[in-house]
Design a protein around this ligand. Sequence first.
Ligand code: PEP
Ligand code: MG
Length: 300
Amino acid sequence: SLAYKKQLEDMRGKESMTQDGYKVELFANVGNPNNIPQVIMNDGEGIGLFRSEFLYLEHNDYPTEEEQFEAYKKALEGMKGKKVVIRTLDIGADKKADYFPLAQEENPALGLRAIRICLTRPELFKTQLRALCRASVFGKLSVMFPMIISSDEIDRSKDILQEVRNQLDKEGIAYDPNMEVGIMIETPAAAIISDELAKEVDFFSIGTNDLTQYTLAIDRQHTGLDKFFNPHHPAVLRLIKQTIENGHKAGIWVGICGELGADLELTEYFLRAGIDELSVSPPAILPLRKKIRSLNLSQK
Ligand code: PEP
Ligand code: MG
């Protein structure tokens, strides 16, 4: 309605804060630097998930370091110093490209995808990390690894990042040495050992789309299982809460970048659990801010 539209308009420029002063960072999810104007228009306070897959899926061949660098730089400059969390390649499962050899698999969602591909093909990973490091001097960049299940994967990923930094040092190429390094919590394994993983990274971002799929053992693309699918399943909510607590015990920030972050029925639950950041699609930002501003957590 017109009145509701006006109420959303009024949310522009306001703080994402409850009536009793609990502040949340309200960020946007994007899949392409061309989406940045939409983030600005909807008053996004940063980007909490930049899906880098478009660089690979919208090309006929592997994107070069230069192509990637330009795309990341464009996103950082477009956000004018606000935080931009760029996720490294999350290809595989449902996301495929012709030039990219991926074997047919019985269970692609449980197969060679995301960080598993990057650790199997380090030269591919290095190209992306080099582009990210080079772009990091043009704004406030955080890098995030998807589909992590173990601290060994974090160690291996960070080792490769260190190799890239050493090489850049040798070449005299600038990068931000303080770039945050975080992981997605989107497997039950990662949520369950989040106390251990938190010691190794600067932040967690909870990917509720995959976390729900893997926790409930229900394919996220399956349309015939509605009777069994409960997006508010207590197992998923407990894993989220536990992840936030474990992150905070280690002193790192914790956000949500899956669809559930925009679910207004859960906003109060997430805030009470201590969430620091919510990253949602640009049109969901202002409704979520309105919801946050209506809450008073000091009232039971
Ligand atoms: C998720 O799994 O919740 C997520 C944000 O990543 P994607 O939807 O790209 O798998
Ligand atoms: Mg995911």
